[in-house]
Design a protein around this ligand. Structure first.
Ligand code: CMP
Length: 139
């Protein structure tokens, strides 16, 4: 089934000018980037986006990091996009990520792990809607 997933290229990656390299990996893996924009989100927006993690010890640091510098948010489309993008990203902690994954290639640490991807269909729907309106998504 053709799916859409929400991807974020995080501040550690935009700061190092590797958005293009990451997009190259995404496109080589067969994803279509059907929406994309570079934005700087506020701390409040980051807190809302990551609300699911609000009880976790890393929540405050995570939200401060995501709002610290520009991010690139994008909608990726492909057969099985949600699981396939998580596979392409690699493990959350780059120490555990496999060779050839985005996080193994570029991440600095579990906090500065370069990319985010939705984890399930309902999350993908909500995360896409958080950042994009329907007319910004072009198949
Ligand atoms: P992401 O996929 O964006 O989802 C939540 C983020 O929290 C995760 O990537 C990590 O960057 C960050 N994080 C920090 N510590 C942890 C942890 N112990 N477990 C999971 N995520 C963590």
């Amino acid at each position: 089934m053709i799916e859409r997933t929400l991807s974020i290229i995080k501040p550690d990656a935009t700061a190092r000018n590797i958005t293009g390299e990451i997009n190259g990996m995404i496109e080589s893996a067969g994803f279509k980037i059907v929406a994309q924009k570079k934005i700087k989100i506020t701390l409040d927006q980051a807190r809302k986006f990551y609300e699911i993690h609000k009880e976790r010890s890393f929540y405050n640091d995570l939200c401060e990091f995501l709002s610290s510098a520009p991010v690139v948010v994008q909608v990726l489309e492909k057969e099985n996009a949600i699981a396939d993008y998580r596979a392409l990203m690699g493990a959350t902690n780059p120490e555990n990520a496999e060779e050839g994954t985005i996080r193994k290639s570029f991440s600095i640490s579990i906090d500065q792990n370069s990319v985010h991807g939705s984890d399930a269909p309902e999350t993908a729907f909500n995360e896409i809607r958080f950042f994009f309106s329907e007319i910004e998504i072009v198949g």
